[in-house]
Design a protein around this ligand. Structure first.
Ligand code: HH2
Length: 261
């Protein structure tokens, strides 16, 4: 899954793809490099980010989604928490709703029910404004797993089959370095939920803390390492900004995993 942030303030690529034509070219390039899902977002969720109105979010993402859905065979996901944005995005060509609030809003469930779109339910503790202010868990893995299980049940009650859903532990969303590491270490325990896992570690700040790399760009290297790790742990989708090196790492890892014993 290639990240396409059509925002002025995303933590690592803010402002780069605000021009719709540049965003579409970026999406096409990521697909050519091997991304099979393009995740288009119009609102940053970095810690402390300012919320954006629905109108502004739609203005940013719709032309990009529309053009990419015509030009590319990659699936398009809309990274949004707003049901109105999700609905319009699906009408214009998105087939997946990526909701960092874990599909808790009944109106979002109604959009999924009506449209038949697939969805990613991600765990977050708190909101982007407050989430990194000393988050506390008794047992982060148990609590994230329970939250994701509840998301599945809520969807099922709303008439959305499990088969349409993927789950994401939400690395960096209301989590300390230790929480992120424990979740990564115990990724396999999330397979008990029976759905494909999505993982987003790309360029996130905890990578500097564990690898010693200095700049956001240098976080590419530990990102690639964790993509391979994630595949080895059975993760189905890795959400990344730098498609080519991650795709190559995944191909190399897959070759080992699929080699005849
Ligand atoms: N991370 C970000 C945004 N959306 N969605 C899922 N499912 N999983 C993630 O880990 C995830 C996500 C944050 O990264 P980015 O989009 O690059 O930054 P920003 O929120 O500042 O636009």
């Amino acid at each position: 899954m290639g990240v396409l942030n059509v925002t002025p303030d995303s933590f690592s690529d803010g402002g780069l793809w605000l021009d719709p034509d540049a965003a579409v070219e970026r999406g096409m390039a990521m697909a050519a490099m091997g991304a099979t899902i393009l995740d288009v977002g119009g609102e940053s969720s970095r810690p402390g980010a300012e919320p954006v109105s629905s109108e502004e979010e739609l203005r940013r993402v719709l032309p990009v989604i529309e053009a990419l859905s015509k030009r590319s065979t990659a699936l398009i996901s809309i990274d949004t928490t707003k049901p109105g944005v999700a609905l319009e995005a699906v009408r214009r060509g998105a087939s997946i709703v990526n909701d960092i609030t874990g599909l808790q809003n009944p109106e979002m469930l109604e959009v999924l029910r009506q449209t038949g779109a697939g969805a990613v339910a991600m765990h977050m503790k708190g909101t982007p404004t407050t989430m990194q202010q000393a988050p506390v868990y008794e047992d982060v893995v148990r609590e994230v797993r329970a939250f994701l299980e509840e998301s599945l049940l809520r969807c099922e009650k709303a008439g959305i089959e499990r088969a349409r859903l993927a789950l994401d532990p939400g690395i960096g969303f209301g989590k300390t370095l230790e929480h992120n590491l424990r979740l990564l270490r115990e990724l396999k325990s999330l397979h008990a939920l029976g759905r494909p896992l999505v993982l987003g570690v790309s360029r996130k700040s905890f990578l500097s803390a564990v690898s010693g790399c200095a700049s956001v760009e240098e976080r590419l290297w530990p990102t690639v390492a964790l993509s391979s790790f994630a595949m080895n742990q059975g993760v189905s989708v890795v959400r990344v900004h730098d498609v080519a090196p991650n795709v190559e790492a995944l191909r190399a890892s897959r070759a080992i995993l699929e080699a005849c014993a």
